[in-house]
Write a protein that binds this ligand. Structure first.
Ligand SMILES: [Fe+2]
Length: 510
């Protein structure tokens, strides 16, 4: 366990305090092509593109939503979602789905009624660009030339991936910088969260894990100037218990991780930053990465009781965004879920092409459910025989413990993007229960919400949004997690469409 002083000196030595994950050269860009026009023309022919049209940033207020079916009376709280939403600013369209400013979607659920509010997250980056009247900063897959100096990761922070409610604080999460504090009443951005006073701008994952006792685990990765992983341990009240810095040969682009009862497990795909490429004109942070399958997939396993106790394991090469859950067998073998792809095609292809109106198949990037075993002292084994699955979630009561079910999204065809099915997978049998929304609908992540008197792992609801591209509206649906194939118990219809986002959380009323 390292002390805070050691941590901070280590961070300084590693250059993390000045490390700019996205700080490429701001060489003059060549003439921009007109992605905004391309997208507009394509949308006229393909209604599915509505999900990536974006909004102008004005606040959204729905009033009481029209509900079909019976919304469970004992499901009471707020469902928050986050995702890139302002896909065009000052006449220029972002070049990757990941780059737009984030927007919080809040669904307030009480007494069988649902209301929606939407608020753009007014980050320092957004405020600076608003004042300038133009885009100033490069993003993950968008190059902007001639902008002002980038003073740290949070200069580029779009707060656009997920949400976290911990220790009575509501936060919007990015992953290359700090969480953004959100006023829970007004939903206004309220500065950056600093887990430790001197740890300004340190990367913090969009997928922290909360143990059933309320303990929070998280990681951060920084590729520049020296590849480093940070491991965070935060108690249930929000106080940092420890942070460890792990120097690595490369970080890959690890987006998610898992915890068991005893360990933190971070899996690094072999997508490696080429520092020389980053110095070339007009090269984005994404395009400076090289797929190097010969390196395989590296797995860091750190002891929760002493984060400095670490071991490494190896898996075959693959790319992945999301995991599921993990647990340990009696002999110490770690078991975990992974949404496994053969390669990063989705990241470089479909998730970029869609911004100019081109919905392309996921190809080798098509994610499938995979089961991973990491025996003690040996390399890992992966079973990739599962069906298409992404945006996996589990019951919160099972985090780090053995679980029986994983919930996620799927698609009718193996290479189809986006997703239009909700799936419950039985891990023991491999059987799946499926609800198909229909070809004109794009489904988004559904989160598991336990019943107040939860008696079984799947005793609860799945709530999530889906975009109906025929009606041009977004719906919030609630499913009985024990009867997914039966379809929604109830659906609340918004009077407008929302941009497709990434992740959400449910905060129960207390
Ligand atoms: Fe994610």
């Amino acid at each position: 366990m390292i002390t805070r002083r050691n941590l901070l000196s280590g961070m300084a030595a590693a250059g993390l305090m000045h490390g700019l994950p996205f700080a490429g050269p701001n060489a003059m860009a060549k003439a921009q092509d007109d992605w905004a026009r391309l997208f507009k023309d394509a949308l006229a022919d393909n209604p599915l593109l509505l999900g990536w049209q974006g909004v102008d940033g004005a606040p959204l207020e729905s009033g009481a939503l029209n509900i079909t079916g019976a919304w469970p009376k004992d499901l009471s709280g707020r469902f928050f979602r986050n995702g890139p939403a302002i896909h065009e600013r000052f006449g220029k369209r972002f070049r990757h789905w990941f780059d737009a400013d984030g927007m919080i979607q809040e669904f307030r659920i009480a007494n069988g009624q649902v209301r929606h509010r939407g608020r753009v997250i007014d980050t320092p980056k957004r405020r600076q660009e608003t004042a300038a009247g133009k885009q100033l900063f490069s993003g993950f897959g968008t190059h902007v030339s001639g902008g002002p100096a980038v003073r740290g990761p949070d200069t580029l922070n779009t707060a656009n991936i997920s949400m976290l409610h911990h220790g009575d604080e509501l936060m919007a999460l990015w992953e290359a910088g700090s969480p953004t504090l959100i006023n829970a009443e007004t939903l206004a951005a309220n500065g950056f969260k600093q887990w430790l006073p001197d740890l300004k701008g340190a990367p913090f994952t969009a997928h922290p894990k909360t143990d059933p006792d309320g303990t929070l685990w998280a990681f951060g990765y920084s590729a520049l100037p020296r590849p480093t992983l940070l491991l965070y341990h935060v108690d249930a009240q929000g106080e940092v218990k420890s942070v460890a810095a792990v120097k690595v040969d490369y970080t890959g682009l690890p987006h998610d991780f898992v915890v068991t009862a005893k360990h933190v497990v971070i899996i690094l795909p072999p997508l490696i930053l080429d520092r020389d490429a980053l110095q070339e004109p007009n090269v984005t942070f994404l395009d400076a990465h090289r797929w190097q399958p010969e390196l395989g997939t590296r797995v860091l396993i750190a002891d929760k009781s002493d984060l400095s106790k670490q071991r490494w394991a190896q898996l075959p090469p693959g790319f992945f965004f999301h995991h599921g859950n993990a647990w340990e067998e009696a002999d110490g073998t770690i078991r975990l879920d992974l949404c496994w792809s053969k390669g990063p095609d989705l990241l470089f292809g479909a998730l970029r092409n869609v911004m100019r109106g081109d919905i392309t198949p996921a190809g080798n990037g098509s994610p499938h459910y995979a089961s991973v075993k990491l025996p003690p002292g040996r390399d890992g084994v992966i079973d990739v025989s599962g069906d298409v699955m992404e945006f996996t979630k589990v019951a919160p009561s099972t985090v780090g413990q053995r679980h029986n079910y994983v919930y996620g999204l799927s698609a009718a065809a193996a290479d189809t993007f986006p997703f239009n099915r909700l799936v419950k997978r039985n891990l023991a049998s491999g059987a799946t229960e499926i609800y198909a929304f229909g070809g004109h609908i794009i489904a988004e992540e559904h989160v598991f919400v336990p019943r107040p008197s939860q008696k079984a792992e799947d005793d609860g609801w799945l709530i999530g949004t889906h975009l109906d591209t025929q009606k041009a509206i977004t719906n919030l649906a609630v499913f009985d997690a024990q009867a997914v194939s039966d379809g929604p118990l109830a659906t609340a219809a918004l009077p407008y469409p929302l941009p497709l986002g990434f992740h959400g959380i449910f905060v129960a009323d207390t």
